[in-house]
Ligand binder design. Structure first.
Ligand code: ADP
Ligand code: MG
Length: 322
């Protein structure tokens, strides 16, 4: 478990992290999202002890990161694999040797049968068994990130830190990498911390997420809690503008924060109340395989009372839009 309490970090006069508190549970895929410059990478680097913090606390499994001596910090860092946007592979080494590199740094023999098996197993896991001898320049971006993932796992970490790991990849390749991260979490029971400015990443794999803005944590929760009914800061981050709704009749927004495939609500209501309405907005997206979002119904003035009564009697969150 990673427990961050009232964390404060400055570079000189610049406050980069301001009173951040959050808890990352074992085995979860946790997102940290926000605009460029919000402090996400710095937060990640504080977690693995690459940056010092001035105030507050970060405890990884009960150990205060800033209080560790060199040897203990080193041991902790071995528990945390890390992957980056630009992959950070060594261009002169082939796939096998790139994956083996952390073993060399840790003073382990990558040629021992056990270690060799580990390396080959990881390369197979990331789907690159046919590229053992390839150099990074012979690989696509997605393949390079797969090498980086295998390398990050070679010392059997319990935590995988990902800093914009898919930001340099196109959407289809991103999907593959995100599926791989989920598969790895499931198979190896890792804790995965995902720093990103991409909403898609958070929606697809994160079980909980923190939204950072200007060094501060604005909101924490399940992705659907943050993004189905976004607050002003998150709307601005997502680039959501006030949409023009029909000027006649009443506009009623229904939020679906659990699986909306039961969207029969709409047809059932139409039949039971014998009313007509139009669906003038639909903003539905996939969260880890569940469809959630909101719909706006435009209802005749004379039917609005009955429709609102019907909807308020359900568990759905209802709001009248202007
Ligand atoms: P993000 O990852 O969300 O884009 P960063 O954590 O990289 O944000 O940076 C947060 C702020 O800290 C930025 O204003 C950045 O310029 C500043 N910053 C990051 N690293 C350093 C550093 N080593 N020295 C001084 N300022 C830094
Ligand atoms: Mg960053």
């Amino acid at each position: 478990m990673i427990e961050i309490r009232h964390l404060g970090k400055r570079f000189g006069d610049l406050t980069v992290l301001d009173d951040i508190s959050l808890t990352i549970r074992d085995g979860e895929i946790y997102g940290i999202i926000g605009q460029s410059g919000a402090g996400k990478s710095t937060l990640l680097r504080c977690i693995n002890g690459l940056e010092q913090y001035q105030t507050g606390s970060i405890q990884v499994d009960g150990q205060e990161v800033s209080a560790l001596d060199k040897a203990s910090l080193h041991a902790l860092q071995k528990q945390m694999g890390m992957i980056f946007q630009n992959f950070n592979l060594l261009s002169r080494l082939n796939v096998y040797d790139n994956v083996a590199l952390p073993m060399r740094f840790a003073g382990l023999n990558p040629k021992s049968p056990e270690n060799k098996a580990r390396i080959l197993e990881l390369i197979e896991l990331v789907g690159l068994s046919d590229k053992l001898k390839a150099r990074p320049r012979e690989l696509s971006g997605g393949q390079k990130q797969r090498v980086a993932i295998a390398r990050a796992l070679v010392l059997k970490p319990r935590i995988l830190l990902c800093d914009e790991a898919t930001s340099a990849l196109d959407p289809r390749i991103t999907q593959g990498i995100l599926s791989l991260l989920t598969q790895i979490r499931d198979e190896m029971n890792l804790t995965v911390v995902v720093v990103t400015h991409q909403m898609e990443v958070v929606k697809q794999i994160c079980e909980r997420v923190s939204f950072l803005k200007d060094s501060r944590l604005i909101q924490e929760g399940k992705p659907e809690e943050l993004f189905v009914m976004p607050n002003e800061d998150i709307s601005a981050f997502l680039g959501k503008t006030e949409e023009a709704l029909p000027a006649t009749g009443r506009n009623i927004r229904i939020y679906f924060t659990d699986n909306a495939e039961e969207i029969q609500l709409i047809s059932t209501m139409a039949r039971e109340l014998n009313v007509d309405f139009s669906i003038c907005r639909a903003d539905m997206t996939d969260f880890r395989g569940k469809v959630m979002g909101s719909l706006v119904l435009n209802v005749n003035e004379r039917d609005a009372g009955r429709v609102l009564d019907y909807l308020h009697a359900t568990d759905y969150i209802i709001r009248e839009d202007g």
